[in-house]
Design a protein around this ligand. Structure first.
Ligand code: SF4
Ligand code: SF4
Length: 365
């Protein structure tokens, strides 16, 4: 190929396909684009409504509406119709799956809220409220959950509706859920996480066909899995004394079944948060374990969460986040006030973790 042809081909080369997030500016309300970086102040005229005023004098109101996160097409169409009819056609999602609808006139706010409420969607989640629970995928999308996530959220938010539509908490409350022990999840003022309590049961007939045995052995953080021959077939075995029931072997090897209707439980953790302008991040701590994983309403987990919230609301000072409150009163007092039993299982005294857990930056999975 001549140099001229090569140069011509280079010139017409197809540009690379960018497959990241689309540019968000194209979806912004025109007033937000116009005043980008030029906002003077903001306030909250009522729970669930944000009001931003620009240096130019422009004003914009944002109505925050709680959703179930996993929205079917019926719900999406209904919400979009409301947004087109009562809003101005602009909406965005928050990281906790609330929808925020922007309008340029205060007169539009109340009719919009009424239409949303009439359709069964609460407006709130701003300021010192219990905002929408952030949750993982659960049974709908993921292949390894031990419980549902959206279902726990729906059941709990039904019970915490009052705390979503008002701003009566000492500070904001972020609740999270995680439907396995190893992946998504996150730090929360209150976190509801799955907790496996028995080692995996192995279906030896399937292991050789389905699992890459060295990968599965490498997955275990405590080296409890060994290759083994069972009934003349290559399989795996688990040293149950070592197994910490983390569930990490199940994703690469589904025949190592760890989810169990009776032995997969829920655990509740308290006091986690991300860092902010004033304080460092904190890790949440286990406060209740062995709670039945009891769909469709998870009443036992809901009762404990409500109790913790009630005590926090009564006892914390203004602006104390859950972790600040516990730091001030101490964990013994926390257990006294919440009447949760403190057992030996709350004490993390397992020294083996220093040598075997993935504590370095060289994470294997
Ligand atoms: S937390 Fe675990 S089970 Fe739940 S969606 Fe994430 S990876 Fe899947
Ligand atoms: S559940 Fe966790 S600790 Fe137990 S065998 Fe599987 S990977 Fe290892």
């Amino acid at each position: 190929m001549s140099q001229a042809t090569q140069a011509a081909e280079k010139k017409t080369m197809r540009p690379p396909i960018e497959s990241g997030c689309p540019d968000g500016f194209q979806y912004l309300h025109p007033l937000m684009i116009k005043n980008f970086g030029n906002w003077k102040y903001h306030d909250r005229p009522r729970p669930g409504v944000l009001h931003h005023v620009a240096h130019s004098g422009d004003e914009i109101w944002t109505v925050r509406v709680g959703t179930t996160r996993q929205l079917d097409t019926y719900a999406l169409n209904l919400l979009c119709d409301i947004i087109d009819q009562y809003g101005e056609g602009y909406v965005r999602f928050t990281i906790r799956s609330n929808m925020e609808i922007m309008v340029s006139k205060w007169e539009k706010v109340e009719p919009l809220i009424k239409a949303l409420n009439d359709a069964g969607y609460p407006v709130g989640g701003t300021g010192n409220s219990v905002t929408m629970i952030s949750h993982t995928q659960g049974w709908l999308h993921c292949d390894i959950p031990g419980t549902d996530a959206a279902g726990v959220v729906k059941a709990l938010m039904d019970e915490l509706h009052e705390e979503f539509v008002t701003e009566d908490m000492p500070n904001r409350v972020h609740i999270t859920t995680s439907c396995c022990q190893i992946n998504c999840g996150g730090q929360g003022d209150i976190a509801i996480n799955i907790q496996h309590t028995k080692p995996p049961k192995i279906n030896h007939d399937l292991v050789a066909n389905v699992c890459e045995r060295p990968s599965v052995v490498a997955r275990c953080p405590v080296a409890a899995i060994r290759p083994a021959m069972v009934n003349g077939k290559p399989s795996l075995e688990v040293d149950e004394k070592k197994c910490i029931c983390c569930g990490a072997c199940f994703p690469p090897c589904p025949p190592m079944q760890i989810n169990d209707p009776e032995h997969s439980k829920l655990a509740i953790w308290v006091g986690g948060k991300n860092s902010n302008a004033r304080s460092k991040p904190t890790f949440h701590k286990l406060v209740a374990a062995g709670i039945p994983n009891n769909p469709p309403r998870w009443p036992e987990a809901a009762a404990i969460v409500k109790k913790i919230l009630r005590v926090y609301k009564q006892d914390a000072k203004d602006w104390e986040r859950m972790s600040d409150w516990v730091d001030r009163i101490g964990w013994p007092r926390f257990f006294e006030l919440t009447e949760l039993p403190f057992t030996k299982f709350h004490v993390d005294n397992w020294r083996g973790s220093r040598y075997t857990l993935n504590a370095s930056t060289h994470i294997r999975f």
